[in-house]
Ligand binder design. Structure first.
Ligand code: SF4
Ligand code: SF4
Length: 432
């Protein structure tokens, strides 16, 4: 090797090492803070371990060599098709501060941090999870997703899914066509044909995961509190890197532990903490600072209407026609119709969903999370603030980036918000 080449490769190796060290450091600190919060049942350990493996140790997932990994960039790409083709889906949207700081220099300043983090991982080639994906699928939902597809094309095998902006029958038809094209790519990748049986089996497996999640959510609604929202977010984030069947088994363990708490009358706290709901741009590990701050400041994240959280997996696939086409159509319907992502033109549905969750989870305040540059979510803020204002529910808009520069400011604002909720209810109700 020539001297110049050797110096370049030494420099690259040092750069990767520095990247991995910084990235691990962030992840260690956020994992530690999550574990330090009271109330996580022991059964949560597996979920923390997965996040630790991916973000701290930066190790490869334990997936057999003969099962190719398919990376997805939105919940609107049905994971059932990936399973049915004999592959393993992983979600690649990331909250990495280190990858963001690299991507920040390469992507326009006003782009969202998620797209910057993708660019950071792409250009440093440091994350085994990204390297191991043999195919990536990007549903085109906003300008940033379009640019993610542009950045990845040429580097990897890529599928782009054109997501309709409306939810009429013809829009569903259009998405069904997209899914058939996606299936062809998956079959080329694995060499296996997606059959009725393999697809029905995959739908059954994710249905089991949705069932355990619905059981979990009804336990989480209970008062006194059985589980913290930050821990629930860790569980939901870990699902991005786990087989759906294994994830469902682990959640069943958590549910059983929570039911035991009910039987023994041992909630994690008997205090009536202010009940906060989070909505807005996705909250992805390790960028978990907002739910952590809410709970560290004395609130409880009682509900979560974000796509990397409880919203992402709670709608089951419901086939109405028992043909192969009926199954594919049911996947398209589930991806589009109940989705309250503001990338759709008319999104009244999101307001109904938020109102309903406020009622079901007895929410006392709403945190509206906006990732800087995420226009689609920011656009809907005013409407939601006005609507909830009529119901007397306080709302706070928190705009953040993938770094810690705003931590103190966030802490002060969140603390004041929690105090305001307490005052509205009267001090007696929040006494220990
Ligand atoms: S915010 Fe919307 S477009 Fe982005 S990943 Fe979530 S569901 Fe997909
Ligand atoms: S929906 Fe928002 S957070 Fe997601 S890629 Fe688009 S701009 Fe970024």
């Amino acid at each position: 090797m020539e001297e110049k080449d050797r110096k370049t490769s030494d420099k690259e190796a040092r750069m990767k090492e520095r990247f991995q060290r910084k990235s691990s450091y962030t992840s260690i600190r956020y994992l530690r803070r999550m574990k330090e919060l009271s109330g996580a049942p022991e059964e949560m350990t597996r979920f923390f371990d997965i996040l630790d493996k991916v973000y701290t140790k930066m190790e490869r997932l334990d997936i057999p060599e003969d099962i190719p990994m398919v990376g997805t960039y939105c919940v609107m790409a049905p994971q059932e098709l990936v399973y049915a083709a004999g592959a393993q889906p992983v979600k690649l949207c990331s909250g990495s501060y280190t990858a963001f700081s690299v991507g920040d220099d390469k992507v326009p300043r006003d782009a969202c941090p998620l797209v910057k983090a993708v660019e950071g991982f792409q250009s440093t080639d440091t994350m085994p999870l990204y390297r191991d994906c043999r195919l990536m699928v990007v549903p085109i939902t906003c300008d940033c997703k379009k640019k993610i597809a542009g950045m990845l094309s040429g580097e990897r095998e890529l599928v782009v899914l054109h997501v309709p902006v409306k939810k009429e029958d013809e829009d569903i038809e259009q998405y069904v066509e997209e899914l058939y094209l996606f299936m062809e790519k998956l079959e080329d990748l694995t060499g296996k044909r997606i059959s009725y049986d393999s697809l029905a089996g995959a739908i059954r497996m994710t249905g089991q995961a949705a069932y355990e999640l619905s059981r979990f959510l009804s336990l989480k609604k209970q008062m006194p509190y059985l589980m913290r929202g930050t821990h629930s977010m860790a569980m939901m984030n870990a699902a991005a890197y786990m087989n759906a069947g294994i994830w469902a088994d682990q959640v069943r363990g958590v549910n059983d532990a929570l039911e035991k708490r009910v039987r023994l009358k041992k909630p994690f706290t008997k205090r009536q903490l202010p009940r906060v709901m989070i909505t807005g741009s996705p909250i992805i590990f390790p960028n978990i600072k907002i739910p952590l701050l809410i709970e560290e400041m004395g609130g409880v994240v009682a509900a979560d209407e974000t796509c990397m959280g409880e919203r992402g997996m709670s709608d089951p696939v419901v086939p109405t026609d028992e043909s192969f086409d009926g199954l594919v159509r049911a996947l398209a319907v589930r991806a589009i119709r109940p989705c309250s992502c503001p990338t759709f033109a008319d999104n009244k549905q999101r307001i109904y969903r938020i109102r309903q969750m406020i009622r079901d989870y007895q929410i006392e305040g709403l945190v509206y999370h906006v990732l800087r540059g995420c226009l689609v979510y920011d656009f809907e803020y005013k409407q939601i603030e006005e609507d909830l204002g009529r119901l007397g529910i306080p709302v706070i808009r928190l705009e953040t980036d993938y770094n810690e520069e705003d931590i103190e400011q966030l802490r002060i604002r969140i603390e004041a918000f929690i105090e305001m909720i307490k005052l509205q209810k009267g001090p007696a109700q929040h006494r220990v």
